[in-house]
Design a protein around this ligand. Structure first.
Ligand code: C5P
Length: 218
């Protein structure tokens, strides 16, 4: 694999709906970094599983990921709760994780030339994918506030789902993502904890930015 030298790499792990995606986007814009929301890839495969129940196989997943275009990840259908649940199921499979890893590592270590580096967020980014990242964060928030935020997002997308259902779904996904055998979500000792429960988007970005700037300007 080609590794570009002297690039900025940022790795973020977080449970669902903790605000990692929002922050990653802001950081990517501010520092001109290539952003990959790795959850979207699992969601893409999760949707494939829903749509291709019978044909679904490792071979099909490999073929789809080999031909994956970043544009496909913008599909609004990937945002539904059903797809999220399916994603978290297929994400337990070691073979599927291995197929996805290659794609993610290429994005992390060899981002398009116009970018100064990369930023990836997901569940196993610090722990597995980009272990040597220049910046490592663990972004979290209380389950209730995450459910509230996700519920509002669903409302804005006109999805018919109750707050209770969102809460239950996030709780189940947290458990499954933390307890699975391969690539479980956990905070490493060397990653910086950011708890967004009581922080606004702006305050959170300010905090992360000051951490990054401190090191970059050293
Ligand atoms: O982040 P998001 O909620 O979109 O992720 C959907 C699911 O994909 C997660 O619940 C998790 O099971 C899986 N995932 C993963 N590893 C990642 C990113 C997401 O297993 N790096």
């Amino acid at each position: 694999m080609i590794r570009r030298k002297n690039i900025i790499t940022v790795a973020i792990d977080s449970p669902a709906a903790a605000g990692a995606g929002t922050q990653a986007k802001l950081i990517s814009q501010h520092y001109n970094l290539f952003y990959l929301d790795t959850g979207k890839i699992y969601r893409y495969i999760g949707m494939l599983k829903i749509n291709e129940k019978k044909k679904f196989s490792h071979k099909l997943v490999r073929r789809k990921i080999e031909n994956l275009k970043l544009n496909y990840l913008k599909n609004k259908k990937l945002l539904s709760n059903e797809v999220a649940i399916s994603a978290s199921q297929i994400a337990k499979d070691k073979k599927i994780r291995n197929i996805v890893h290659k794609f993610q590592q290429r994005c992390a270590y060899n981002p398009p030339k116009k970018y100064k580096g990369s930023i990836l967020d997901g569940r196993d980014i610090v722990t597995v994918q980009v272990k040597d990242a220049m910046f490592k964060f663990y972004i979290t928030a209380s389950l209730k506030i995450r459910a509230k935020r996700r519920y509002i997002e669903y409302k804005e997308l006109n999805k018919k789902i109750s707050y209770k259902e969102v809460l239950k779904s996030l709780r189940n996904r947290d458990k499954s993502d933390k307890e699975r055998k391969y690539g479980p979500l956990k905070k490493t000792r060397d990653s910086i904890l950011i708890n967004t429960t009581k922080l606004s988007k702006k305050a959170c970005f300010k905090k992360i930015k000051s951490i990054i700037d401190k090191k970059l300007n050293n």
